[in-house]
Design a protein around this ligand. Structure first.
Ligand SMILES: *Cc1c(COP(=O)(O)O)cnc(C)c1O
Length: 361
């Protein structure tokens, strides 16, 4: 793996002739900043080359680029925040770039220098800092991507790749506030199978999930809850979030069996809950256990955890003909408490006691 320093980054900055004006209502993923960070990989030229911060514009790629044919494409998602006192922070970027490397490895793609990417991201956010929204619940979403660029139609790992990081100013995931969402348990489709690539943020996993998502929407549900691919018995994830269940005496999230994406929000929730003294387990949870505890009144709440929404409370869960109802209006207590704790850390309203924040210096 090549190592680089931030001094090697080539800055090709665009001149703006006016100030950045952010749209009044920021929809997720629709607005992009002026610049991207890019670098290329070429095995014959010794690895990663040409780290550059440049204008956000269309790429030119070959119709034969391997990623388009065989799916060697991975990504990440994280956020930067402008705190109340103007300080700019990025939430746990070393975790995301570490996970990017784990995805790379699994898909036979080249690894990168995590420390360098954190530095490169800091430089990029600094250049486009006027794009960071400051309204409550707003942030700058960061999307790193790596994909194979070789023009070649044989199936083998690529020899050339592009890595880029783009930035998107975003509003709160739930503009109407923290409301519970209805979820459909699917036993008709599976997202990922153990020993496959479900534990990587690989583009193909999302293509595999679209049909279930569409059918859930048609039934009036906002997301699906995925069961394991072998028996359709154990719960795995909710949409693109990890899931937590609060039983009377225990808070549980499924253990990482290989088909579950190891979320960084999941990790943060586990650390906070253990700190708060909850009895927390990472273990298999069957959908039958969820149904049974719902029926005997020992299931208190369910919520999803992921970067985009942070915490998403589940108000209703449909499995086969059974509709389990929690609340149409009020998010669960534990979910609300965790949402507040994590966002308070991100926005600098409480101490960063776990050292999760990377400050721009
Ligand atoms: C990204 C993602 C998550 C959440 O991960 P975070 O690091 O918390 O954002 C969970 N499940 C899937 C399938 C994901 O793609």
């Amino acid at each position: 793996m090549t190592t680089m320093t931030k001094q090697e980054i080539n800055f090709q900055l665009v001149e703006r002739d006016s100030k950045v004006v952010l749209p009044e209502n920021l929809v997720f993923g629709r607005n992009f900043t002026d610049h991207v960070f890019e670098m290329d990989y070429n095995a014959e030229e010794g690895g990663w080359i040409n780290p550059t911060i440049k204008k956000f514009e269309d790429f030119k790629i070959s119709p034969a680029a391997m990623a388009l044919h065989y799916g060697q494409a991975i990504f990440e998602g994280l956020k930067a925040y402008k705190q109340d006192d103007g300080k700019i922070v990025i939430f746990r970027p070393e975790q995301n770039f570490g996970r990017l490397n784990r995805s790379s490895k699994r898909l036979c793609m080249p690894e990168t220098d995590t420390d360098f990417l954190v530095e490169a991201l800091k430089e990029l956010v600094k250049v486009d800092q006027d794009w960071i929204p400051t309204k409550p619940g707003h942030s700058l979403y960061v999307r790193p991507v790596v994909f194979a660029t070789d023009p070649f139609l044989g199936v083998r790992p690529g020899n050339t790749y592009k890595l880029f990081i783009m930035l998107s100013p975003v509003g709160p995931y739930y503009p109407e506030g923290f409301k519970p969402v209805p979820i459909l348990v699917t036993d008709k489709y599976v997202r990922a199978v153990r020993k496959g690539i479900g534990d990587c943020k690989a583009a193909g996993n999302y293509a595999a999930s679209l049909m279930a998502q569409r059918e859930a929407k048609e039934e009036g549900y906002s997301q699906v809850l995925w069961l394991d691919a072998i028996e359709q018995k154990y719960i795995e994830e909710v949409g693109t979030m990890n899931i937590f269940i609060q039983f009377k005496d225990e808070v549980v999230t499924p253990n990482l069996t290989g088909s579950i994406l190891p979320g960084i929000t999941r990790l943060s929730v586990l650390e906070i809950l253990r700190d708060w003294g909850y009895n927390v387990s990472e273990r298999n949870v069957s959908i039958d256990e969820v149904v049974k505890s719902y029926e005997d009144g020992t299931l208190l709440e369910l919520f999803g955890a992921g970067t985009a929404a942070v915490i998403s409370s589940i108000g209703k869960l449909k499995y086969k003909d059974l509709v389990m109802k929690f609340s149409d209006t009020e998010a669960g207590e534990l979910g609300k408490k965790l949402y507040k704790e994590i966002t308070d850390i991100q926005y600098g309203r409480i101490e960063d006691r776990y050292n999760w924040l990377t400050y721009l210096d």
